[in-house]
Design a protein around this ligand. Structure first.
Ligand code: PHE
Length: 325
């Protein structure tokens, strides 16, 4: 009689099992060393000897039946676990990816690189000079004597009496001519420093210097080169105009304007024929050598190209501004 009770209970419990914990408590309750099947076996000794074999057989059959069903249940539950795990690991390849933000060059650097590309394609080398200069390279050698207003302390950042932050890239002309023999065709991009700060001036800004030294160069070569540059930089309709001006290191000297439709004439650089005194300062014979030089403000060109009205935008580091170019 008790056998049927245990069997009924076992089958009922087994059918309700849904996880590993329940499975284990079931095993202990029925199949364990002190489980209900073992208990049933203990009844054997209370039975009359002739009933014992039949009883023992039935209990063993029940054990086998429960073990078999238990094994099946165990497999079922393992399969379920496996499926749950696979479900969690599934990758939905249709979910859109998270876009990585990439940085990019500053607009001033981009324009500077474009200027470099244009002149390199015309055969100019790119050279660089130091930002801390001697007053000799920055002024004297460039035919800018002590009394010249450009040497006024109010315009320049002096480090000592003889050292300053270069106020223009023109000292690279001197360094290059001292280092090389003509013919020379170089440009020199870099930072320059002046004591100025307003909507159109920064205390640090960028220039690209140009120098071409050879025999028989004239203003025509200068004008052609700058026109070619303007056309490549601003479009093939760009026109160039030279206005008389003065720089201590060039003679004659010009301010160079570019005509842009929608803007009119805009001054973008200073230029001129290398002054004979400059050639003498670097040991070149001014009777043999001629040259033209120019210097342009990179921020100024970037402002024109991108329609920026306040030069200080370049140094505010507002990412919304920077990433729009
Ligand atoms: N160095 C001059 C300036 O900073 C520009 C210039 C360069 C002019 C070369 C003539 C020749 O304004």
């Amino acid at each position: 009689m008790e056998i049927e009770v245990v069997e009924k209970e076992a089958l009922e419990k087994l059918s309700k099992i849904s996880n590993v914990q329940e499975l284990e408590s079931f095993r202990i309750e029925f199949l364990g060393k002190k489980g209900k099947i073992t208990e049933l076996m203990k009844n054997l000794k209370n039975l009359p000897p002739e009933e014992r074999p039949a009883y023992g057989k039935r209990v063993n059959e029940l054990r086998e039946k429960i073990e078999k069903l238990f094994e099946e249940k165990k497999q079922q539950i393992q399969k379920l676990l496996e499926q749950e795990k696979m479900e969690k690991m599934r990758i939905d390849v249709t979910i859109p990816g998270a876009r990585r933000k990439l940085g990019h060059s500053h607009p001033v650097l981009k324009v500077m690189e474009e200027i470099e590309r244009i002149f390199v394609s015309m055969g100019f080398d790119v050279v660089e000079g130091p930002e801390i200069e001697t007053t000799w390279h920055n002024f004297d050698a460039l035919n800018t004597p002590e009394w010249h207003p450009a040497r006024d302390e109010h315009d320049s950042f002096y480090i000592t009496d003889d050292l300053l932050l270069r106020t223009h890239t023109s000292p690279v002309q001197i360094r290059t001519m001292l280092e090389r023999k003509p013919p020379i065709a170089i440009i020199s991009p870099g930072k320059v420093y002046r004591r100025d700060y307003d909507a159109t001036h920064l205390p640090m800004f960028h220039q690209v210097e140009g120098l071409h030294v050879d025999r028989d160069l004239s203003v025509a070569h200068l004008k052609f080169t700058l026109e070619e540059f303007a056309r490549r930089m601003f479009g093939k309709n760009a026109r160039v105009r030279l206005r008389p001006s003065f720089f201590p290191f060039t003679e004659p000297s010009f301010e160079v304007d570019v005509y842009l439709s929608g803007y009119g004439w805009l001054e973008i650089l200073g230029a001129g024929m290398v002054d004979p005194n400059v050639f003498l300062n670097v040991g070149y014979d001014p009777e043999e050598w001629t040259g033209y030089a120019f210097g342009m403000g990179v921020e100024r060109i970037a402002m024109l190209k991108y329609g920026i009205t306040d030069i200080r935008e370049f140094v505010r580091n507002d990412v919304r501004f920077l990433s729009s170019y």
